[in-house]
Design a binder for this molecule. Structure first.
Ligand code: NAP
Length: 258
């Protein structure tokens, strides 16, 4: 049997209905964690629960439908997860959206919604969960930013600003939690084949072409998979990663090297 570094731990994953969040939930469950699956998409999160429960080893799960941008909903969702599974040792903030365009024509509604989900949502989940972790004397927070939060291209202002904000938020949190046994780090994915990317590029073939030839081309020329991000999340979540905090790990096949 494979080793299970997260046996006996609870992981709370937002954006768990799809893409990177689903892969993270699967990875942490495979590695022994009980998983609280949070997402605004109730059907998607139920499907993730089905997939996770089909794993070889029995996994404890709870699903919660929540809009992470809403403070009251986040508080209620975390209470529900804790009641079902116990205090989270791991928090992974994957919920995110991408909207917008060039600043000149950027609608305020799009700007506000992207900040609300990507940045405020991440902050709210950290704000509710990390005091529980600190009280327990142990925790691993992993926030999902984006390469776009660091290497910013035209037309991405709303999304890039929110993702740069996630990196800054995580650094602040890492300092605040330094003596509490809780670490906070960032995984910054490169272009990864998920529903979000399919919406932007259309097809797997278009994503592959972008990986080989586009602005986000990477030296490996390969499309990244959600499981690649889950592996990086699992690394930060390990108990022995205790002295790694406030860091950003770019999983981008060498597309750029900040
Ligand atoms: P995805 O497949 O679209 O998954 C995102 C999930 O978040 C969806 O299930 C979505 O539900 C959910 N969500 C959206 N708004 C929410 C809200 N207000 N409250 C709770 N859940 C909400 O996208 P993904 O590619 O896996 O993205 C995961 C994270 O990785 C995001 O933060 C994204 O910005 C980041 N990222 C992705 C890439 C990439 O290339 N895919 C690159 C860099 C960073 P709905 O589908 O119903 O909206």
């Amino acid at each position: 049997m494979e080793s299970q570094p997260f046996a006996g731990q609870v992981a709370l994953v937002t954006g768990a209905a799809s893409g990177i969040g689903r892969a993270v939930a699967q990875r942490l469950a495979r590695d022994g964690a009980a998983v609280a699956l949070l997402d605004v998409d109730a059907a998607g999160v139920a499907e993730t629960e089905r997939v996770v429960r089909a794993l070889e080893t029995p996994v404890r799960t709870v699903t919660v439908t929540v809009d992470v941008s809403d403070a009251a909903q986040v508080r209620a969702a975390v209470e529900r997860a804790v009641a079902a599974l116990g205090t989270p040792a791991i928090l992974v903030n994957c919920a995110g959206i991408s909207r917008g365009g060039p600043v000149a024509g950027l609608g305020l509604e799009d700007w506000e919604r992207v900040q609300a989900v990507n940045l405020r949502g991440t902050m709210l989940c950290c704000q509710v969960v990390t005091p529980l972790m600190a009280a327990a004397g142990y925790g691993r927070v992993v926030n999902i930013s984006s390469g776009t939060g660091v290497r910013v291209g035209p037309g991405s202002a709303a999304y890039a600003a929110s993702k740069a904000g996630v990196i800054a938020l995580t650094k602040a949190l890492a300092g605040e939690l330094a003596t509490s046994g809780v670490t906070a780090n960032v995984v910054a994915p490169g272009i990864t084949d998920t529903a979000m990317t399919r919406a932007a590029f259309g097809t797997r073939e278009a994503i592959e072409a972008a990986a080989r030839e586009g602005r986000i081309a990477n030296p490996m020329g390969e499309v990244l998979e959600p499981e690649d991000m889950a592996a990086a999340v699992a690394f930060f979540a390990l108990p022995e990663s205790r002295h790694i905090t406030g860091q950003t790990l770019h999983v981008n096949a060498g597309a750029f090297m900040p």
